[in-house]
Design a protein around this ligand. Structure first.
Ligand SMILES: *Cc1c(COP(=O)(O)O)cnc(C)c1O
Length: 419
């Protein structure tokens, strides 16, 4: 174990998660406290948090809005939904995901959660048992570490290899796994790296997991948000090689993170999860959860069936434009580089070259000073497991991106090492 991400077992008492993990929201709120818009005389621009709804160019489709209005006005969805989700919602998600799979999912495979965040919690809660460990990507998404800490699930990190487009270091996965390893997590399209995995790489992941007899948890919350050369391929395509748990939500593709509509899906045509005891356990756990509002669930079939292709194309186009702009502006600032161009999702990892800066000690120091002096926020890479990198969220309107990089450039010029 390294990097202070141990989980401390405290004699059956409360788990100390503060020592175990920093959350993205936690570090961003510290950065925000450091911003002084009056002193810098500049409005705050945050490229730190992944909520594109802050910018009017990223807007959901009227189809989704009308579906919700209709559901409310029908007056039929004011009661409790079944704890695993409304039947028509489960069926619609099964059909939606089956479009990209070589087999058909059924509604029994689908469980409705409060966003993808709760789907992560369900997956880890179902897998945790004394002594178990889970393999997580580094850099990654800190909710997995936080959930693991609450579940007393030991975390082991494998690296994503920047030189190979942030592919999984499968040798490391094999070296880390033992008889107590329950699963490995992949996030595709990737947050924080903005990478998209090829069919061949996903196939290798499936074969490795099969050999190690572990499950794959596939976080596909950015599913279909791919704008590079590689198409998005869901991990469930390899469900007959290895059992896959697919996690997703409406949040990113439909740009409605506040609607809290997500899914936990067993993409497993061999039926490993269809044992009565496992189903019973999942169902009981859902009895204590309370998923998204019933009328939001009721709107899902119309949202999935009626959203026009043009809406998806527009979002992809905007993300591509923004990510290109990001990469171009980064090239003009010597102390930051973007070694892997983003191909999907809404974020990219950018490398800091501290040797070109005079009085900046690390990524955290860089982000704090930039916030204070320029009212620009980036997420320090340390928050996602990669020191001296920063994560840049590019789901931002173009004028704000231009302005953020203009200020970052002048910050660099003020702090550049004098030769
Ligand atoms: C945003 C995000 C989530 C959480 O999704 P919600 O639907 O907002 O809960 C999960 N995983 C990753 C990688 C994300 O970026």
């Amino acid at each position: 174990m390294e990097n202070g991400t141990h989980v401390h077992h405290q004699g059956g008492g409360l788990v100390d998660t503060t020592a175990a993990t920093i959350t993205i929201k936690g570090i961003l709120s510290l950065l925000l406290q450091n911003v002084d818009e009056k002193e810098s005389k500049k409005r705050l621009i945050s490229l730190g948090m992944g909520d594109p709804t802050a910018y009017s160019c990223f807007h959901t489709t009227h189809v989704a809005q009308e579906a919700v209005v209709d559901a409310i006005q029908s007056d039929k969805f004011n009661g409790y939904a079944p704890t695993v989700g409304l039947p028509q919602t489960r069926r619609a998600i099964a059909e939606y995901l089956s479009r990209d799979l070589p087999y058909k999912l059924t509604s029994d495979d689908v469980f409705i959660t409060s966003g993808c965040t709760q789907a992560i919690d369900v997956a880890l809660a179902m897998l945790a048992r004394p002594g178990a460990n889970i393999l997580l990507p580094r850099p990654g998404f800190p909710i997995y570490e936080l959930c693991s800490a609450f579940r007393n699930l030991e975390v082991r990190h494998f690296d994503l290899l920047q030189e190979s487009g942030w592919e999984v270091d499968l040798d490391a996965v094999e070296a880390l796994a033992d008889q107590n390893t329950v699963a490995m997590v992949i996030i595709n399209p990737g947050n924080p790296c903005g990478n998209v995995y090829s069919y061949q790489h996903l196939e290798k992941i499936a074969e490795t997991a099969k050999k190690l007899e572990i499950l794959v948890i596939a976080d596909e919350v950015y599913g279909h948000l791919a704008f590079g050369d590689k198409p998005f391929v869901p991990m469930g395509v390899f469900g007959s090689t290895v059992p896959v748990l697919t996690l997703g939500s409406l949040s990113k593709r439909w740009i409605v993170p506040g609607w809290r509509l997500g899914w936990f899906v067993t993409t497993d045509p061999c039926g490993t999860f269809r044992k009565p005891k496992i189903i019973e356990r999942i169902k009981k756990y859902f009895d204590i959860l309370g998923g998204p509002a019933t009328f939001i669930q009721a709107a899902v079939p119309s949202i999935l069936e009626q959203t026009e292709e043009i809406f998806f194309k527009k979002t992809i186009y905007l993300l591509k434009q923004s990510s290109d702009l990001c990469c171009d502006r980064i090239k003009e600032i010597p102390c930051i580089t973007c070694p892997s161009k983003p191909e999907g999702s809404m974020a990219v990892m950018v490398k800091l070259d501290l040797s070109l800066l005079d009085d900046i000690s690390d990524d955290i120091d860089f982000c704090f000073k930039l916030a204070k002096e320029e009212s620009v926020i980036f997420l320090p890479g340390t928050a996602v497991g990669l020191k001296n990198w920063i994560r840049v969220t590019f789901a931002v309107d173009q004028p704000s991106l231009e302005e953020a990089f203009r200020r970052t450039k002048s910050f660099y010029q003020r702090h550049a090492r004098k030769l």
